[in-house]
Design a protein around this ligand. Structure first.
Ligand code: HEM
Length: 518
């Protein structure tokens, strides 16, 4: 009798496995058929077109650009049994960003590579959980909340100015990227987590290091599907580093949450003023400044998030905010160091808005007046979109306006670089020209031709934050320093080589020199 039960069990498992395999084969056959007219590089049994993109990480960017140039705006790639369709026409993208059948983030590119490190959060979640979290978190990014961050943006821009001052005095050539990272990380710690307490200083320094390394490690693991299995990943030389990064992130966010809960408890007991550690970011009575976390915790809906959910969201925000923003600042400084004419126009505008005052703090009211500076940042984001790829997965077959069909279950990949460098949309795409974004030069350009922050329901929640911070940092730095490239540095923006990771970095560093303005 027992034998019969065991055999029935084995038969049931085998039947399920066979059904699963059958469904998977059917899906692949369907995908092959539906996408037969979409061009792609040569594909071979088992590996598919993996060879077209395999190789050192430094070459990935050039390989994708070459695919676009050779095969056109819609390209398919078979990575083993996984079908990837790269979409780049603005009219197609509009559908990708807005169609309800295309709002799922593929597990393979998101949850499987990010959640072991960050936990679940807005970037990786799907379905009803995602919608609930976005509804709870969005109000904490409202305009008035962002305006409260101006003192933090200014303070951290001044910290950057101090560091640049020392480098100006020494006259040395340096890489702007680590300084941009430090400035961004401190700002994000303060404004997202309200982690500017002196009790967190040493942890915060560790996090600044871990965040950058973390982006590289997550990418390293993410593009090697066999590392999804911990057993195999343990064999990787990066395993210990990865674990350390996870530990640093978890411990930091946990400490921040504990301190916050402690401060709230004291506040409730009316003891905030006597508490030895004043609430630096102002969730206490006397404070004015509130971080995202304070807003979240003070909202009724925010209180429904569990500690695990909160911790995941905070890690997602810190990860999403840091590298993207600091890479933009590094690319921007490098571009204007090369393009002295653009830098001169920025200074002219700064002198007009600040009436020649090179010391005054940047106020929220100044920011909308810095229109040329904003165009220069937009052009930096067009040229070097810091989030180089992102993806969706159709719940059912979706026909694009261009005629191609995205089959159910494939990975729809969006690379802003494909769209941002399309000469039919952007004349002379390799020329760095901020005035492309002048209203009269934008007439007739499709709104989805510029997509550094994605678009639609799953677009970046931090885009207004980014512009406020970057403009404040640039207005503070450029009124005080003149930025140049060294003699052996690139002469044209097109000579800057980016390197692909989860975000886009400057290959070899953004090597610049600064001189004090007189
Ligand atoms: C230049 C800086 C930034 C760029 C270029 C950028 C770009 C993007 C892009 C392309 C996405 C969509 C990703 C996808 O679909 O997988 C995204 C999502 C997101 N970004 Fe940003 N981002 C930047 C800064 C920030 C900042 C400062 C924050 C927070 C303070 C932030 C928070 C998020 C979050 C939470 C999401 C997920 C949104 C959702 O799916 O609902 N980002 N970002």
């Amino acid at each position: 009798m027992l034998e019969l039960v065991v055999w029935c069990g084995v038969a049931a498992v085998l039947a399920r496995a066979a059904l699963w395999l059958l469904a998977a084969v059917r899906e692949v056959l369907h995908q092959l058929w539906v996408t037969r007219d979409i061009p792609g590089p040569p594909s071979y049994p088992l590996v598919g077109s993996f060879l077209a993109v395999a190789g050192p990480q430094e070459e990935l960017y050039e390989k994708l650009v070459a695919l676009r140039a050779d095969l056109g705006p819609t390209v398919k790639l078979w990575l083993g049994p996984v079908l990837v369709v790269i979409v780049s026409r603005p009219t197609d993208l509009e559908l990708v960003f807005t169609d309800p059948r295309l709002q799922t983030k593929p597990w393979l590119m998101y949850a499987s590579s990010m959640e072991p490190c960050l936990g679940a959060g807005l970037i990786t979640m799907n379905g009803a959980d995602y919608r609930r979290h976005r509804r709870i978190i969005s109000p904490s990014f409202a305009q008035d909340v962002l305006h409260g961050f101006a003192p933090s943006f200014n303070a951290n821009a001044h910290r950057l100015v101090e560091q640049l001052g020392e480098l100006a005095d020494s006259g040395e050539v340096f890489d702007a990227a680590p300084l941009s990272r430090m400035c961004t990380s401190y700002t994000v710690c303060e404004t997202v987590l309200s982690a500017d307490s002196s009790r967190l200083e040493s942890d915060r320094r560790a996090v600044v290091q871990a965040v950058y390394r973390g982006v590289t490690l997550m990418f390293h693991r993410g593009i090697r599907p066999w590392y999804r299995w911990d057993t195999l990943f343990k064999l990787s030389k990066h395993y210990d580093d990865y674990q350390e990064m996870v530990r640093v992130g978890d411990s930091f966010v946990s400490k921040v949450l504990d301190l916050k809960m402690e401060a709230q408890a004291k506040e409730t007991l009316g003891q905030a003023e006597e508490a030895g550690e004043p609430d630096a970011q102002g969730s206490g009575k006397q404070g004015k400044r509130k971080a995202f976390l304070d807003h979240l915790l003070s909202s009724e809906e925010g209180k429904t998030l569990t500690k695990d959910e909160l911790s995941g969201e905070l890690k997602h925000l810190v990860a999403a905010a840091n590298s993207t923003t600091s890479d933009t600042l590094s690319f921007f400084l490098y571009c204007i160091a090369i393009r002295q004419d653009v830098q001169a126009k920025i200074l002219e505008e700064l002198d007009a808005v600040f009436e020649g005052d090179r010391e005054r703090e940047v106020e929220v009211a100044d920011l909308p007046k810095l229109k040329y500076l904003e165009r220069a940042f937009k052009e930096t984001l067009r040229y070097f979109a810091p989030a180089p790829i992102y993806a969706r997965q159709p719940d059912s077959d979706v026909k694009l306006p261009s005629g191609a069909t995205l089959p159910k279950g494939c990975v729809v990949l969006v690379s802003p670089h494909f769209t941002h460098k399309d000469p039919d949309i952007w004349p002379d795409p390799d020329v760095f020209e901020p005035d492309r974004f002048l209203p009269h030069n934008s007439v007739g350009r499709h709104p989805h031709a510029f997509i550094p922050f994605s678009a639609g329901t799953r677009s970046c929640i931090g885009q207004r934050f980014v512009m406020m911070f970057l403009k404040t940092a640039a207005a503070t730095v450029l009124r005080r320093f003149h930025v140049t490239t060294p003699e052996d540095g690139p002469r044209r923006v097109r000579d800057i080589k980016p390197i692909f990771s989860l975000t886009l970095h400057v290959k070899g560093g953004a090597r610049i020199r600064v001189q004090r303005r007189t």
